[in-house]
Design a protein around this ligand. Sequence first.
Ligand code: MLT
Length: 285
Amino acid sequence: MKKYLVDDAEYSVSAKGDGPILVFAHGFPFDGRIFDAVADRLASKFYCVVPDLRGFGSSTLGANGLNPRGFPRVTMGRYADDLTILASEIACELGRDPATEKVYLCGLSMGGYISLAFAARRPERLGGIIFCDSNASGDTPEKSAGRLKLAEEIVAVERATAQVAALAESYLPNLLSPKTFETKPEVVEELRQTMLRQRPTGIAAAARGMAKRADSTALLPKIAVPTLVLGGADDVLSPPSSLDAIAAAIPGACRATIPDAGHVASLENPDAFADAVLRWAESAL
Ligand code: MLT
């Protein structure tokens, strides 16, 4: 893992491969490790950049990960701006011109929200989007209130570790396909450990950021770059029918469904995930 100063946060990043820059944005409450297996498989086609987002994994939260009242909060726009800065740094490192180098984004769930924020803010920098297990709508008032409550509770210092553990156990059943639970206990454990190693402040920051995000449905028809909408066949949080509707709303978007996978398709079935991306890349690059 390499460290990059991105705005005021220290980002921990693994990078490998050759080709156009493909930046991965992970879901909540995970870190970049959910993409390791996929990045290995895509490194022949892309220069794969896998960061832990601000406040997650080994990346710091930074002062800009706080809202004006000093509470942890990272908006989807802040993460998107971080990824723009990171991609520019990487382009320079590779001897490419950051002003003209196109960035491909692969965002899973919360990472999908970040991809849409990137598309709204920096369309001229985008080469293409791989939108995975995610949605374009904002939160309902109930969902948003639940996230704000979580953000407040999880940083209560004396119970923080127990809170993160309780969050992981409550999320797990909806995150993975029944097939994964039956046949891949090591993947279940890997995802559990990924959630357990997240810091309460990073979780609170992202929860507040997601609660604040706007509905992006109106953006979908304006996306003018090659897009692949991809999701696990057994994803109950972003079901195939809702991903079908998103793909139908984005001009020319391709659609792929990953068998034997739920909400974290990159971890559950990395072979099928990478194959779908490689097939798409044939026409997208
Ligand atoms: C994720 O996996 O990133 C979450 O399901 C996103 C969310 O809570 O909306």
